[in-house]
Design a protein around this ligand. Structure first.
Ligand code: NAP
Length: 275
């Protein structure tokens, strides 16, 4: 049995594959949730300037008392801030708000349709050279956009929506081919896991919950990471307790067969996904 947290190589860094998502976790609740997640054992926290909680994420990490070097912090620059100067200002403001010394992974949150991607990627390289961020990556990029980004910058992680109801074969294959990481966001389908009969059957067989099966399914795929959010302390503990069982090949296939193109996050500024 694999009882250890899975660690992914991201550039020359090491990113724990199970992270804690913080979208819509704000204020005091955010400070407490992040500190509690670190107490449980999470060593990777996902935030963004757009979540308006970077100060609280930083405070939660400090409150936990866990050594900063042992925690992986991902944050993101919003798509309306991708001109060179705005990008630099945005990342520096995130660094200030987090107040944790550096950012481990800085992502372009969404591609912008009005700014060529070379501009923010060049700014990200500058920020990386200055030590503002240790690693850079992209989020919500189509496969064609990711290929283009990989041509011009040392992108070491792709973040995208991924759960049993939305396949991401092409992006994951790109990650494998380029030896970079792939982080699944909304990995619990925003709670849909709890209602799924297939996940429930597999979960019963292992004495686990449907959420644990979904997270295990994600992490058993190289090089996939997942960042579940949980405001409930019980859910936070449950979601971290996935390193003592293994899904068999046929169970992996049964979960993969649930894919039906169900996309939860699809705002009006999203790219045309099939291009
Ligand atoms: P998610 O993690 O798929 O689902 C969160 C929901 O699942 C919450 O309602 C939570 O309830 C529930 N839940 C948590 N653990 C559970 C369990 N063990 N059993 C049953 N239900 C459970 O959704 P998400 O927040 O959309 O995605 C996770 C993170 O990904 C975000 O927080 C954010 O950091 C990141 N993200 C990034 C992007 C991007 O554009 N790059 C977009 C979306 C999300 P409770 O809160 O009651 O525990």
């Amino acid at each position: 049995m694999d009882t250890q947290q899975k660690i992914l190589e991201v550039g020359d860094g090491h990113m724990p594959a199970l992270g804690f998502g913080t979208w819509q976790v704000e204020g005091k609740e955010c400070v407490e949730s992040v500190a509690d997640a670190l107490l449980v054992g999470y060593r990777h926290v996902d935030t963004a300037e757009a979540y308006e909680n970077e100060r609280e994420v930083g405070a939660g990490v400090r409150r936990s008392g866990v050594d900063r070097e042992k925690v992986w912090i991902t944050t993101k620059v919003w798509w309306e801030h991708l001109s060179r100067d705005e990008c630099i200002a945005s990342a520096e403001a995130s660094l200030d708000r987090l107040d944790l010394g550096w950012i481990d992974l800085l992502l372009i949150h969404w591609p912008a349709y009005d700014v060529p991607m070379d501009e923010p990627l060049a700014a990200f390289r500058e920020l990386q050279a200055r030590g503002v961020t240790r690693h850079i990556g992209v989020s919500n990029f189509t496969p064609a956009m990711v290929r283009r980004a990989l041509d011009v910058a040392p992108v070491s992680c792709i973040q995208a929506e991924y759960h049993p109801w939305l396949a991401q074969d092409e992006l994951i294959q790109i990650a494998r081919d380029h030896d970079i990481a792939f982080t699944a966001y909304s990995p619990l389908g925003r709670g849909r896991v709890a209602q799924d009969e297939t996940l429930r059957e597999i979960a019963e067989h292992h004495g686990k919950s449907p959420a644990q099966v979904a997270l295990r399914w994600l992490l058993q795929q190289p090089p996939v990471a997942a960042i579940p959010r949980a405001s409930s302390p019980e859910h936070r503990r449950e979601n971290f307790d996935i390193f003592d069982f293994v899904l068999a090949d046929d169970e992996m296939e049964r979960v993969a067969a649930l894919a039906e193109g169900y996309r939860i996050i699809d705002p009006e500024f999203a790219p045309a996904w099939d291009r």
